[in-house]
Design a protein around this ligand. Structure first.
Ligand code: TLP
Length: 340
């Protein structure tokens, strides 16, 4: 049985070209700052995002935790969207390890400067103070939605005015750039810090890069060591990231075409809710009447892998290891399983 894995874009396998680049990588001990391939990746990431410096980290979750540790203190408040990954999908790390609490804005992950302004509060004898404003672009649980760029500019101006750092969880920010047809730095340069993942649709096996000012990098570097994220001859892995940034950025739009194709093939099926016009990037959220985990199991038995973020939704993510034929096959299986 052919297996079509649409659980996430994290499931991509390194291509032969990427593996070759990894095998050839010149390496050194990165904890001693001596790995030239890591330095190359960090410089490339800083250039792509319009920031001064980059720091290679093992995962998007560690990037998010480090950003919170750098910008916020224990008992501080982070303003973010209601369904932010840092709040729902990182085992409570922000609360457990950075000691922050979240002031969330209702909605699908997109919000306005006015909504941020309403939630900013000073640190007083009674209240936790706002320490950080947090955006996610594209928004995962929102269904791969793109944050409106003009609102980012307004939120950045507000944060500057109020002396608050602004961070971007840009795990999939390259998708936002591809959807808008702009260079990624146009979306990232407004932030004090940001991270993006190499291990998702960019096709690398491991890693994220945390970018910001040189002072931010210095602070983040210390926390990375504290969390056990100091890696040694890790250029062998960073080489995959360099390869990904050089070869796998332009092809990302294909994933969006495949996601819309999947949504269009599922639209109108009895019992399913999906609006192909609402699919902006590589994530398709399919509404089901209930027991989404049960349906996911039945799909897996037929070789189509997906994920249920809650009881009424199934998420499909397209990526570089699925083509149009796989998407069509997956849609046919979903329709059959739902009908049966
Ligand atoms: N998201 C994963 C799961 O954790 C849900 C996925 O399959 O989508 N920020 C965002 C917006 C993310 O979507 C993810 C991963 C992360 C951070 C964390 O990245 P990793 O998995 O590298 O720790």
């Amino acid at each position: 049985m052919q297996r079509i894995d649409l659980r996430s874009d994290t499931v991509t396998l390194p291509s032969p070209g990427m593996r070759e680049a990894m095998a050839r990588a010149v390496v050194g001990d990165d904890v001693w700052n001596e790995d030239p391939t890591v330095a190359e990746l960090e410089a490339l990431a800083a250039e792509w995002t319009g920031q001064a410096a980059g720091l290679f980290v093992p995962s998007g979750s560690m990037a998010n935790l480090i950003a919170q540790l750098v910008h916020a203190g224990r008992g501080d408040e982070v303003i973010c969207g209601q369904d932010a990954h840092c709040m729902h999908d990182e085992v409570g790390a922000g609360a457990a390890l950075a000691g922050v609490q979240y002031a969330w804005i209702p909605g699908d992950g997109r919000f306005t400067a006015a909504e941020v302004a309403e939630r900013i509060r000073p640190r007083t004898f009674h209240t936790p103070g706002t320490a950080l404003v947090w955006l996610e672009n594209t928004h995962n649980r929102g269904g791969g939605t793109v944050f409106p760029p003009e609102e980012v500019v307004r939120i950045a101006a507000l944060c500057r005015e109020r002396g608050l750092p602004l961070h971007l969880d840009g795990a999939r920010v390259f998708h936002a750039a591809a959807a808008l047809g702009v260079p990624v730095r146009e979306l990232t340069r407004h932030f004090d810090s940001l991270s993006f993942c190499l291990s998702k649709a960019l096709g690398a096996p491991i890693g994220s890069v945390l970018c910001g000012s040189t002072a931010f990098r210095t602070a983040a570097h210390r926390f990375r060591k504290m969390l056990g994220g100091g890696m040694r001859q890790v250029g062998i892995v960073a080489a995959a990231g360099v390869y990904a940034l050089r070869h796998n950025v332009e092809r990302i739009v294909q994933d969006h075409v495949h996601a819309r194709r999947l949504a269009a093939a599922l639209a109108g099926a009895p019992g399913l809710t999906v609006d192909p016009a609402a699919v902006e990037t590589n994530i398709v959220m399919l509404g089901v009447p209930g027991d989404a985990p049960g349906l996911v199991e039945r799909l897996a038995a037929r070789g189509v892998l997906a994920w249920a973020p809650d009881d009424r939704r199934i998420r499909f993510v397209t990526h570089l290891d699925v083509d149009a034929a796989a998407v069509d096959r997956a849609a046919a299986v979903v329709r059959e399983v739902v009908a049966g």
